[in-house]
Write a protein that binds this ligand. Structure first.
Ligand code: NI
Length: 186
């Protein structure tokens, strides 16, 4: 197991548009995913994108246990390896065709110590492939949809502060959420 260094905001490698994965089920891909899972687990992350460890590929992993210390109130999200993803925003419901955006708190392992309220589509469809090249096609809402949008933003060089609209709701985790047992560097 290898825990890789997570790049921090300011590193130009976080601003690239990532390249599509062209070879599936390869030793190199499986090794990369193992390293990403180890790295995410060690950091108590809810997700991690390959560019965050300096790998310029369209690959994200995400998923939470029933209780993640960094997001104690978040519902579980299925453990997922998502490659070459495409996100389509969906209307909030069958009756109302409006695309709904909701603000909620986000952090990022590349932006340690901070949180902000970030607007995200409330409901999305996401497609892509797993590490074996098998297709993934899901509809997600709430925290699940938020995590997918956050991670996939890393593949187009976007960090969540670039999405913040209300900077009065951007600050240090330890100040905003003094009771949260998140690590000091997050
Ligand atoms: Ni992030």
């Amino acid at each position: 197991m290898t825990i890789r260094e997570i790049l921090k905001m300011g590193d130009a490698r976080l601003l690239r548009t990532a390249q599509p994965v062209t070879e599936f089920d390869s030793d190199a891909l499986h090794l990369l995913i193992t390293d990403m899972l180890d790295t995410m687990l060690a950091a108590d992350g809810a997700g991690l994108a390959a560019p965050q460890i300096g790998v310029d590929l369209q690959l994200v992993i995400f998923g939470t246990n029933t209780r993640n210390p960094r997001y104690p109130d978040a519902p579980p999200v299925p453990k997922t390896v998502l490659i070459n993803p495409v996100i389509t925003p969906l209307a909030a419901s069958e009756e109302d065709s409006t695309l709904l955006e909701i603000e909620d708190w986000e952090g990022c392992l590349s932006v340690p110590g901070l949180r902000a309220a970030v607007p995200r589509f409330s409901r999305i469809r996401y497609t892509g492939f797993d590490q074996f090249g098998d297709p993934i096609d899901r509809i997600a809402e709430g925290f699940h949809a938020r995590v997918v949008q956050h991670e996939c933003d890393h593949l187009i060089g976007k960090l969540y502060p670039m999405r913040v609209r209300d900077f009065s709701r951007f600050g240090y985790t330890s100040v905003l959420f003094p009771g949260l047992d998140a690590p000091q560097d997050d």
